[in-house]
Design a protein around this ligand. Structure first.
Ligand code: PAF
Length: 288
């Protein structure tokens, strides 16, 4: 099977016209490359739902803040290409900056993420990050015009913001969430795991364990939300992490919750640095 490689807007436009004429259902899996089994599970889900699967690879400069890892972000195109062929992806869109930001990535038409969803959790430590994510995803949707797009639950706040953008702007795309893929130890797969030594990777499994401990405590009737969050942060600190947050939130809105009237669907989320690498994870938690 061959992988169609598209780079310019014009090439993409021609191909999109062709798929549209053939009335093919197109699914988009947006990525920043350095693909791993987590991404491939998104491709697999896309294949189940669409006739044509397009993966985009673009390390989006506008979602990285000053001092973040834009320059160092792993770029592994040859291995990505190989994996996409194996996964029977149909087309790879790998635009240069000029295809997505024709007027440059300094001054560009921006999608501003709504504050209540964006200026919390990861948005607090990464100001402007979600504006960059939404701005690039809106461009990809406009250029590729997929009927559906797949986003991993690992970036849960991103997933909710994209859903919100699509509803808010009346975009026709159906957003399909995909479960987090984990390595055997429980660590969520992430391109940033490459920055970790073997020992740190082992230590990082504590993130998921911490999330499960919080969930168990909620399910066994503990209701001191702030107490649970603080205790989880403290135990991560003791284990050598530098946590940004452990948060128990409403799974629909990411609003803070009160122990006296918990919504049925909660999400427990964590972000913590380990040896300078920022890792995130989250799990669902339902309270009967
Ligand atoms: O989740 C990611 O890899 C990125 O944020 C995305 C959605 C591809 C936008 O650059």
């Amino acid at each position: 099977m061959s992988l169609l490689e598209l780079i310019s807007r014009d090439e993409l436009r021609q191909q999109v016209n062709h798929w549209q004429q053939q009335q093919r259902v197109v699914a988009l899996v947006p990525t920043m490359g350095n693909l791993h089994a987590g991404h491939l599970s998104l491709v697999q889900l896309a294949r189940q739902q669409a006739d044509v699967v397009v993966v985009s690879i673009f390390v989006n400069p506008t979602q990285f803040g000053a001092g973040e890892d834009f320059g160092n972000y792993p770029r592994t195109l040859d291995s990505d290409r190989e994996q996409l062929i194996q996964a029977q992806c149909d087309a790879l869109f790998m635009p240069g900056v000029e295809a997505l930001y024709p007027f440059g990535s300094e001054e560009f038409t921006k999608v501003q993420a709504p504050a209540s969803l964006a200026n919390t959790l990861c948005g607090l430590n990464r100001p402007g990050h979600f504006d960059g994510v939404l701005s690039v995803v809106a461009r990809l949707f406009n250029l590729i015009q997929p009927q559906l797009a797949i986003f991993g639950e690992k970036d849960f706040q991103q997933l909710l913001l994209i859903r919100r953008m699509v509803m808010d702007l009346g975009m026709p795309q159906k957003i399909i969430p995909a479960r987090t893929v984990r390595v055997a130890s429980g660590l969520a797969m992430s391109s940033r795991n490459h920055y970790l030594s073997d020992a740190a990777r082992q230590q990082a499994t504590l993130l998921q364990q911490t999330l499960h401990q919080v969930a168990t405590q909620l399910q066994t009737g503990k209701r001191d939300i702030t107490g649970l969050e603080t205790a989880a942060m403290d135990s991560l600190r003791e284990a050598g992490f530098d946590p940004d947050y452990v948060a128990i939130r409403d799974a629909e809105t990411l609003a803070t919750v009160s122990g006296s009237e918990l919504p049925a669907a909660l999400r427990i989320l964590v972000a913590a640095r380990l040896n300078g690498t920022r890792l995130i994870d989250n799990i669902a938690c339902s309270i009967k």
